[in-house]
Design a protein. Structure first.
Length: 444
């Protein structure tokens, strides 16, 4: 970006911030979602026998948004890369992003291992594995090998990639399509323009879907509280408390310094994405806010090519909060059933998680599947022990999924900063005035 354009953006943002009238508090989406969650908690507590009645409301919202995730990934990636016109830049951003993801997720795993060993929430529980035999948690039929992982990158068909809704196959197909457009040169411009128009339609559809977010949050929280109740939290309260502290420490000790180095105020970043973070607290699904994250990041001034490449890749390879969950829960289960893990065994567990953690799509409940896969691969902790945390999994996911979302939005901004693909003063101003004012600024 050239300096005059940057100054113009700041001026427009200042004008929007000064001229826009304060919105009525209850018209803010984040407030509406919070109200829905509070009402859902009361309803679930007062009428626990009707918990299953409210569950479809949360599931419907997730399904409504997931329906649009694959086409939005395709359109954003293709248009972003094709607009750059330089394959070398795309490769450079991809390599830097993967290195960043690997470093940060490794730090998350190490922090989780350290705190669970110091806090030791499972020591003294002496859980009998026979009581968990019928928990319904079983080892996967086939452990995912490296070769199988490579095969899973490529969809069996283009239609299948979109039908299954998995992020990595859609991303792979989108990258091939984008590079094909790059190779066409000027001949591909009509296709690029058409894809851009489709993208605008999809974002309008997401805007409509977000109107139902408070209802979805209400249904998800009402089901969770009604189904498991406060007694579940008390039974495994030590694990839940330790994990919440672990996530807060990760944000404070890892994400905050990264944000500071990138010139971003972490608290303002959290406020800017407050609505999305509260949605995933209720739904435990990062996919439910993926399209909204793309729109808001572009509104912050991050180039479309960076957003379209880094954010979808982050959803597959950058699970900061989930890595905290895996390392914490794995050692907790060993403590609970009386298995002593040596330092070597714990590092072997960590190395396995670095592999098994890749390729998740942010789908609610997928963390349990990956945890079972990891325990099956290491063959140290019985897979049946996972049944011990089923009751509080939703309480744990309500904090680690927001950490995933926050980590991926920050990673996108960091990559944009390294590429000079964002105007920092304009971004800082947009974070300062909030999403509503910055939306009016971009519209003007």
């Amino acid at each position: 970006m050239q300096p005059p354009a940057a100054n113009s953006d700041v001026t427009e943002a200042n004008r929007a911030a000064g001229s826009s009238r304060p919105r009525v508090w209850y018209k803010h989406l984040s407030i509406q979602i919070l109200i829905g969650m509070v009402l859902g908690a009361f309803v679930g507590y007062l009428w626990p026998e009707r918990a299953d009645t409210w569950k479809p409301l949360g599931d419907l919202f997730i399904r409504l948004v997931r329906m649009l995730v694959a086409p939005i990934i395709f359109c954003t990636v293709v248009h972003g890369i094709a607009s750059v016109g330089e394959a070398k830049k795309v490769g450079r951003v991809a390599v830097k992003s993967l290195i960043y993801f690997e470093v940060v997720t490794t730090i998350a795993l190490l922090l989780g291992l350290f705190l669970v060993n110091v806090w030791a929430p499972g020591i003294g529980m002496h859980v009998d594995l026979k009581s968990l035999a019928d928990s319904g948690v079983k080892a996967p039929a086939h452990t995912v090998t490296f070769g199988q992982f490579l095969l899973n990158l490529v969809p069996t068909s283009a239609v299948g990639a979109f039908a299954d809704g998995e992020v990595i196959p859609v991303l792979f197909f989108s990258l091939l399509f984008a590079f094909g457009l790059l190779a066409l040169g000027p001949k591909g411009k009509p296709v690029v323009d058409g894809i851009h128009a489709v993208t605008q339609v999809l974002f309008k559809m997401i805007g409509f879907a977000m109107w139902t977010a408070p209802i979805g949050a209400f249904g998800a929280i009402a089901f969770t509280v009604g189904k498991f109740g406060p007694s579940t939290l008390l039974a495994l309260g030590k694990l839940v408390t330790e994990f919440y502290v672990c996530c807060l420490l990760f944000v404070a000790l890892v994400l905050t310094p990264i944000a500071y180095a990138a010139g971003v105020n972490i608290l303002r970043l959290i406020r800017y994405f407050a609505a999305e973070l509260m949605i995933v607290v209720g739904t435990s699904s990062g996919e439910s806010v993926f399209p909204s994250l793309i729109a808001k990041l572009e509104r912050l001034g991050v180039e479309e090519s960076i957003v379209g490449l880094v954010l979808p890749a982050g959803y597959s390879f950058n699970h900061d909060g989930t890595c905290l969950y895996w390392s914490t829960v794995s050692v907790f289960l060993a403590q609970a059933v009386g298995i002593h893990l040596t330092i070597g065994q714990q590092f072997a567990l960590l190395a396995t998680m670095l592999f098994t953690s890749k390729g998740g799509a942010g789908v609610a409940g997928s963390a349990i599947v990956v945890l079972a896969t990891t325990l099956s691969a290491t063959n140290v902790i019985p897979v049946a022990a996972v049944g011990l945390v089923l009751g509080v999994h939703s309480l744990l996911s309500s904090v680690f999924v927001p950490v995933n979302v926050l980590g991926n939005t920050l990673a996108t901004i960091v990559m944009a900063r390294t590429e000079g693909a964002v105007d920092l003063p304009a971004l800082q101003l947009a974070l300062k005035i909030g999403p509503e004012a910055s939306s009016q600024s971009s519209a003007s």
